[in-house]
Design a protein around this ligand. Sequence first.
Ligand code: AHM
Ligand code: MG
Length: 342
Amino acid sequence: MSDNSVSLSRWLIEQQRTHGQIPASLRLLIEQVARACKRINRAVNRGATSGILGSLGSENVQGEVQKQLDVIANDVLLEANEWGGHLAAMASEELERIHVIPHRFPRGEYLLMFDPLDGSSNIEVNVTIGTIFSVLHLDEGVEEVEARHFLQPGRRQVAAGYCTYGPQTTLVLTLGQGVSVFTLDAEQGSFVLVQEGLRIPESTREFAINMSNMRHWAPPVRRYIDECLAGTEGPRGKDFNMRWIASMVADVHRVLQRGGVFMYPWDRREPDRAGKLRLLYEANPMALLVEQAGGLAIAGTQRILDIQPTELHQRAAVMLGSREEVERLRLYHQEYEASAAA
Ligand code: AHM
Ligand code: MG
């Protein structure tokens, strides 16, 4: 780390002191999350040498097979954030119910939600995975914290971010005033600021979607992708490129860095389910980051950040990224709804 580099700790203290943007308790919360991410990173890095790869034979609340690392990452985040006095409760993809801070610790004013290890189908094949997190304020006057206190629209998030475990360990963070990127300096053991005020290019020629589900998509999504695939000969008049890593953290990171659209839309495989991804700890934090970087995030005609959650583990359709493309997707959904209603 060079002398003039800025560590995450220093950057957070400056946000608190100079810019008055965050209270000390939120700074401590983010530091604890970052510390937990470093520990998860070490577990991920050790791969098969640690003896903790593979499935547990159990399922989480979503009915998905749990990997040993999913559970370890979950435990690391719970343990790291329990005692600091900044939280009232936590919720996780891996826990059916919320985790209320035990009475032996002081209770704080924030709620933390996370997907401890996103993209865990990629663990064994050594492809980038990550942790996604979202922070809400607990409403004032609440005595006993319950799951319903987490059911706030995403626009009320006070902080959101993710950490990727890949070629680089990178923490991407918003406190609601733009997006900053920190890369882990492994020798120093600290996250170092590498980008501030990140902006997503407004137009793009790249999309990310699992094409194997094409036959199940709704007409507006099909229309958008068909037009991309038609390339220079189609209505878009340009060729598009496609990428799909199957780790939302990695796909969204690419979109934030060089533009593009990421989509996991509703599809007919499970018509009663809004989508595959979870609203509170996957869609919302990514939507806030993308919008803070000048992009847009929608579920169809509705902005993701405006969805009023009704359940802790509810799903959402997700379409996010470069503003011009996501506006176009929203228009296609509006036109389809109008024609269906006519
Ligand atoms: P997970 O949280 O259980 O890992 O599932 C979420 C992941 C996302 O990271 C990724 O975008 C998506 O599932 C990939 O799904 P698919 O395998 O259907 O392409
Ligand atoms: Mg996930």
